[in-house]
Design a protein around this ligand. Structure first.
Ligand code: C6P
Length: 601
């Protein structure tokens, strides 16, 4: 019997990629430290398990009362089902060597057993591949998705009628606002799905929850900065995972482990593409933006920040980009410096530049303010930091969904965003970091899957990104996020940006006409969110009344208490937008605000 138990760090002997089910081959490639039986190599074991599965799947189901074939002919005669294409290995994965006579003995046909070993039979895996897997390699075909009328843009809504693309506003009592200006865009990345023009009313129908009646009205979701709703394709992707792929990843040789691992790593590749990052090794899955920033503070920060050093942030930051640095500074005796903002809610760049100096160890800025909607001038912010040789972290929680991010072109070192704000599931986010940082950084959590070898005297760590993904990750959520970013790219990030810019400009013009409404923050460049006060009515009361009209907005400090303090207030009402936001949604908000005013008059 051949014994080919790979030692830690060794590449197992594999059949050539594509010569068998992607599952089994890739699973073996990914678990050099995985469980083995003493005398069998893991690939032989996985082959025999797959062989058994083949036999089970390929055997025709006998008709009631029919004699069962006792001669094994069912296996040889079974038609092969369609093979799902193999999800590509991430570029960094070890290449699979072609089979050689040393590791794959040749037998005469399907079902033949080599007398030397019961584990060496050549296999036909086609019958155990999920039939017509609509998600293989993330290439989701909408034609294969659920036959819900919701997904058919031409189908009428079964419950609440959605506005026709060019139809009248939802509330005829509320004026519409055509007298607004938006700056034309020449973004070359603008493209539309299947050459159809971008139409948020059509897009809305891909989001089942947007058909949800709330207080007898069609839901108007204007709390996208808190979280976005999920398109059917993401919901389907999660269901598909739990129905066909659910397994832990990177750990086992069985088929589902391989499917789940392939799907998880494909999601990493989708995110890499979304950020234009050079390698999937630079993409670390985390729980969200908060965890991504904490990871940098605890790993990079603890190693690189010392007594007397300085970290520079701005007054616009979310608590997630303040508190981790405060914790680090108090532990290390370092100092947090804060760049001020002007009355419009924009960072004062000259003041920011003055904060940079030899003590500065890191600059950490948000791409877009969640509280005010300010778009930070990142090119200038990063350029100034780089002139001082200072690395930059960008909080992309609000930027990624509305503006996208080209990681290498930005000049930044670290970027964090949350999946749930980008039409993906909760509990998953991304930390992108330049490879040289990730390689130099120590792990911040220890456990399974992040190690190369463990002994009581010494543990060595896996290379990034595994080094930073200790324990069982949020597998389904990561796969759902992969589907979300692929979906957004299919729509066209540029088209989404242009649409949201138009809606935000329309909303600004519309809200300006509401008597007694005062904007909090009037930045030159705004994305995603508008904060305001309505007379002296408490923002929570405004949000409560507006909710009675089916309109969801957030009221509060938006986890950005310092910037609220900057304006001498405790809270605002915030309307925030997404790809499916329409002028009718804005009109519904305006109508609800007018109604709120009557209540409090
Ligand atoms: N802002 C909002 O309603 P998490 O919670 O990790 O997904 O994201 C944190 C975070 C970090 N930075 C910015 C700029 C953010 O907007 C957020 C989340 C939500 O505005 C919840 S407070």
């Amino acid at each position: 019997m051949t014994t080919q138990v790979p030692r830690a760090g060794e590449t197992p002997q594999l059949p050539a990629a594509g010569s068998s089910t992607p599952g089994v081959a890739l699973a073996g490639a990914r678990f050099p430290g995985g469980p083995t039986l003493p005398d069998f190599d893991p690939m032989s074991l996985s082959r025999v398990v797959a062989q058994l599965a083949n036999e089970l799947f390929a055997a025709p189901i006998p008709a009631a009362g029919a004699p069962s074939p006792a001669d094994g002919s069912a296996l040889a005669a079974a038609p092969s089902g369609p093979s799902a294409p193999s999800a590509p290995l991430p570029p960094s994965s070890p290449a699979s060597p072609a089979p050689t006579s040393a590791n794959v003995p040749v037998a005469s046909g399907v079902g033949d057993v080599d007398p030397r070993s019961p584990f060496d039979a050549p296999l036909d895996f086609s019958a155990i591949t999920a039939p017509s897997d609509p998600f293989a390699g993330q290439g989701f075909d909408p034609a294969l998705s659920l036959p819900l009328s919701l997904l058919d843009p031409r189908a009428p809504s079964p419950e609440l009628p959605l506005p026709a693309p060019q139809g009248p506003p939802a509330s005829p009592a509320v004026p519409t606002f055509d007298a607004f200006e938006i700056s034309p865009t020449s973004d070359p990345s603008i493209r539309s799905l299947g050459n159809a023009p971008f139409d948020a009313n059509v897009l809305k129908r891909e989001f089942p929850i947007l058909n949800e009646p709330v207080r007898g009205k069609r839901l108007v979701w204007l709390d996208n900065a808190a979280t976005t709703q999920k398109p059917q394709t993401v919901i389907d992707r999660l269901s598909h995972f739990y129905e066909h792929e659910n397994s832990n990843i990177h750990r086992a040789a069985h088929t589902l482990a391989a499917r789940a691992t392939d799907a998880y790593e494909s999601a990493r590749e989708s995110v890499r593409r979304f950020l234009n990052a050079p390698s999937t090794r630079e993409i670390v899955f985390v729980r969200g933006t908060t965890e991504g920033i904490n990871l940098i503070a605890q790993s990079w920060g603890r190693r690189n920040v010392g007594p007397g050093d300085e970290i520079v942030i701005s007054w616009l930051e979310h608590h997630a980009n303040i508190v981790p640095w405060q914790m680090l500074c108090s532990e290390k005796g370092a100092r947090l410096r804060v760049a001020p903002v002007d009355d419009r809610g924009q960072v004062i760049l000259e003041e920011y530049e003055k904060l940079l100096g030899p003590k500065t160890k890191l600059v950490s800025f948000t791409q877009v303010s969640n509280a005010l909607g300010t778009v930070n001038p990142l090119a200038e912010v990063i350029g100034m930091a780089k002139a001082h040789g200072v690395p930059v972290l960008v909080d992309g929680a609000q930027g990624a969904p509305h503006l996208g991010f080209d990681a290498p072109a930005s000049g930044a070192d670290f970027y964090a965003f949350s999946g749930h704000k980008l039409y993906g599931p909760t509990g998953i986010g991304v930390l992108w970091a330049k490879r040289e940082h990730l390689e130099a950084m120590p792990p911040w959590q220890g456990g399974g899957d992040m190690i190369r070898s463990v002994g009581f005297d010494k543990t060595t760590f896996a290379p990034p990104p595994a080094k930073f993904e200790a324990g069982t990750p949020a597998i389904a959520q990561a796969i759902g996020l992969g589907a979300a970013v692929a979906w957004l790219q299919e729509i066209g990030v540029g088209a989404a940006i242009a649409h949201e810019r138009e809606i935000v400009a329309y909303a600004e013009a519309a809200l300006r006409e509401v008597p007694g409404l005062r904007f909090v923050g009037t930045p030159r460049e705004r994305s995603g969110a508008i904060s305001f006060l309505l007379g002296d009515v408490h923002p929570h009361d405004v949000a409560t009344i507006v909710d009675r009209h089916g309109v969801a907005v957030r009221a509060g400090h938006h986890c950005a208490q310092p910037v609220m303090k900057r304006y001498g207030i405790a809270a605002t009402v915030r309307a925030s937008f997404g790809v499916y936001s329409t002028r009718e949604d804005v009109d519904a908000l305006v109508g609800a605000l007018l109604a709120a005013q009557e209540v409090f008059a």
